[in-house]
Write a protein that binds this ligand. Structure first.
Ligand code: AMP
Length: 117
């Protein structure tokens, strides 16, 4: 799908909307979800304009790896390494993706069922 520059996370990246930032570097930004589904709920987003996981190209492989590394960093910062945490990427409306800028959910601080709902 085509990237929409007006999506909420593009506005967060442009600092038009405030965010509670947990981690940032040259490739990604991690900030707290506005409607947390667990005691810790952080979103890790690339600074590159990728709408959905399935829209990423071979040229995006480095950033995709970087996002997963950053998700682990967020878990470490939030003290979740020993207790456990869940990472989730929703692709498309069928998986309840509501913001079309790629994001990795990092959830922790409670138990998680498997399989996910
Ligand atoms: P998804 O349903 O996978 O697309 O996840 C989008 C997430 O973005 C949801 O968990 C929302 O609560 C969260 N969200 C929406 N707007 C904001 C915002 N301005 N700041 C932080 N999180 C947001």
């Amino acid at each position: 799908m085509k990237y929409d520059d007006d999506n909420i996370f593009a506005k967060v990246l442009r600092k038009e909307i405030p965010a509670d930032v947990v981690f940032e570097d040259d490739k990604c930004l991690a900030f707290r979800d506005i409607a947390p589904q667990a005691p810790t709920h952080v979103l890790v987003i690339p600074k590159a304009p990728i709408p959905r996981l399935g829209d990423a190209t071979q040229a995006d492989r480095e950033i995709l790896g970087h996002l997963l590394w950053a998700a682990g960093e967020v878990a470490r910062i939030e003290g979740l390494i020993d207790s456990g945490f869940r990472t989730t990427i929703n692709h498309g409306e069928g998986a309840n993706q509501t913001v079309f800028h790629l994001h990795v959910h990092v959830l922790g601080g409670r138990g998680f069922a498997w399989p996910p709902g």
